[in-house]
Design a protein around this ligand. Sequence first.
Ligand SMILES: [Zn+2]
Length: 440
Amino acid sequence: MHFKQLRRWPLIAAFALVIGISLATTTVLANNTTLTVRASMLNVRLGPGLAYTAMGQVARGTQLTILKEENAWYQVRLAGNKIGWVASWLVDQNEATTSSARVATTKSRLNVRQTAGTTAAILGTLDAGAKVNILYQENGWTEITYQNTAAWVATSGLMLTGQTVTLAAPTQTYLKKATPAKTSTLTVTTTIATNVRSAAGINAPVTTQVAKGATLTVLNQENDWYQVKTSTGQTGYVASWTVTTPGDKAAKSATSLAEATILLDPGHGGVDSGALSTGGKYEKTYTLAAAKAIGAALTAQGANVEYTRDSDKFVDLAPRAAASNTLHADAFISLHFDSTPDPNTASGFTTYYYDPTTSKSLATAVNTALGNALTLTNRKTAYANYEVLRDNRQPSILMEMGYINSDKDFKLISSAAYQQQMATAVVQGLQAYFKAGNHQ
Ligand SMILES: [Zn+2]
């Protein structure tokens, strides 16, 4: 089974890259790359990851200037010359391709700083007479290109040469990484001395061993195994439980839906058709339709949505839960439709959870929103020992969204309107859940 767990990029790839020409003013020069905030509210954090404290929020439509990109996070400049980090998958990029920059020389030896200000970290120094390309100026500070990133020097230390240079776009390497790329550069770190094997599985021959703390480049992922490349260039497979990902280190936990990774799990698929309607229609068809409707609604809110299956194919139960664990999903939502031995004997929807500590609050939040939105009987939340929940370490629920062999329920289940209502309610439920902050 192959999941798209490592790919945040397709989401970004869907964005249109709008070519904008920024008109030069006396201080604002070409080569600013601006972002437009896409999420309704976007947290700006102190560092590139969800573990960093939020220093503020910006509203949808706000324009931010990218300074650099790191691990799918953008460092941006905010109003008041503050610097913060935003998740790249939550913003549109508006890339200016104009590429002329004014050239200046340094009057004397000059400190190059990470941000504007005399207290900012010093990245290096420029000798007297060094040439720099000016990206932006404000409040006595000049942003320049420096070692493939953007950095700042005091404007008073510069002398304009009157020249401009043309920089091919995208000029800076920090922008190259912002271009949607299918290849992930995820690395993992071994937590113990780890066997590298010739195939994914504990019975595969060991080809080499790497020490605890080694950094491995991830080439691919197969269920609970990473195909990796070692620092010496050897490739092989390591078990995911012997390594940590950057997400683990960050103790990832979204504080809003826009930052969350939601794994949708359409029940059944392929040879497993699930339950049948009285007219012989398959449950698997409607779980997938519901997942797609919900996924679209979540994506529109800026969430990173993944699926355990996005077509009519068979996926076993164990890999579904494993996908949630490896992905560190902020919420795992399994979609099903109930049935009874005799048709037309039950009706309504139920939201199940297994682990009350990780998942009951999620079940309650989503069930409440569904109850408010749907006309179908709310059978409330309940504990259930389902494998996709039991083997799931992430907040996880299973929604039985009506009885497929109830003609009354099936009329709804098979309608686009009901799927849409369900999608809207799941969005609202998750928003309430993340807002309440009672998630893990
Ligand atoms: Zn089912």
